[in-house]
Design a protein around this ligand. Structure first.
Ligand SMILES: [Zn+2]
Length: 263
């Protein structure tokens, strides 16, 4: 791999800055898409006192720390997701870049898109218990398009089977659960999200994501002693499962196989 260490530090720095700026935009999406507001011309004003936010109060990561998570004018608390997304976007993109041997490959851009949509879906589902179609449906299409490109990691066959099997698995699980208990388990949003994950990760990645996210969801349900009558969003767990597979799937599967002496 050509290039001096200086170049690599610069690559990571560029990814960090772009990531933080994109993260700032993702926050606009998280706040506005569930309210059916435009994300193209967001007026950045405090949701409480409506004061227009000055550009120097709008610097990703930095402003949140300097203002200690409060509006500079009225002191209202700014939701923590603003900080988390501005920080998580660049960090996840840098980890992705490292996992792609520090190359701006097709696969890097493919998963950069998935991470972007994933972060937005994670917080919208967490707060509102919905996964908007305008996010999940384009994600299915983008995943399938990437499967036809050269030098991609998941071919169209695996992507197609992944999307379809994820979709059918969740659809049948939801229908059976509905029949048996009379309650909804997986929503329509989850079913479209797993289809998108299938299109990006292929059949193996989809299986991994379903197993892994079910395990952590179950653990969280037990730890939080979650009230069964209350709604429990599954989308965030699917996103975490998919991200773990994208960034560390190979390592984890190797570890698992070695642990149980399976090869
Ligand atoms: Zn304010």
């Amino acid at each position: 791999m050509p290039g001096s260490p200086g170049i690599f530090i610069m690559y990571y720095l560029i990814i960090f800055i772009f990531g933080a700026v994109f993260g700032s935009f993702f926050n606009v999406c998280i706040s506005r898409i569930p309210n059916k507001k435009s994300v193209v011309f967001p007026d950045s004003s405090c949701p409480f006192c409506k004061t227009h936010i000055k550009p120097y109060h709008n610097i990703p990561i930095v402003s949140y720390i300097l203002l200690r998570g409060k509006c500079a004018y009225c002191g209202a608390k700014i939701n923590i997701h603003y900080f988390l997304v501005e920080l998580l976007t660049p960090v996840l993109l840098m980890l992705l870049f490292a996992s792609q041997n520090a190359q701006f490959s097709i696969v890097f851009f493919k998963y950069a898109i998935f991470i972007s949509f994933g972060l937005i879906i994670f917080f919208i589902d967490l707060y509102h218990y919905i996964i908007p179609d305008k996010l999940s449906l384009p994600l299915i299409v983008i995943g399938l398009i990437f499967s036809f490109l050269p030098n991609t990691d998941i071919g169209w066959m695996s992507a197609g089977i992944g999307a379809l099997s994820g979709f059918l698995l969740f659809l049948f699980t939801a229908l059976i659960f509905q029949k048996v208990t009379g309650k909804d388990s997986l929503g329509g949003g989850d079913i479209k999200l797993i289809a998108a994950i299938g299109a990006f990760l292929g059949i193996e990645g989809t299986l991994f994501t379903v197993l892994f996210s079910s395990l952590i969801a179950l653990t969280v349900l037990i730890i939080l002693k979650h009230d069964r009558k209350k709604h429990f969003p599954f989308g965030p767990f699917l996103i975490v499962g998919a991200l773990v597979y994208i960034l560390a799937g190979d390592t984890l599967i190797q570890l698992y196989l070695r642990l149980f002496d399976l090869y």
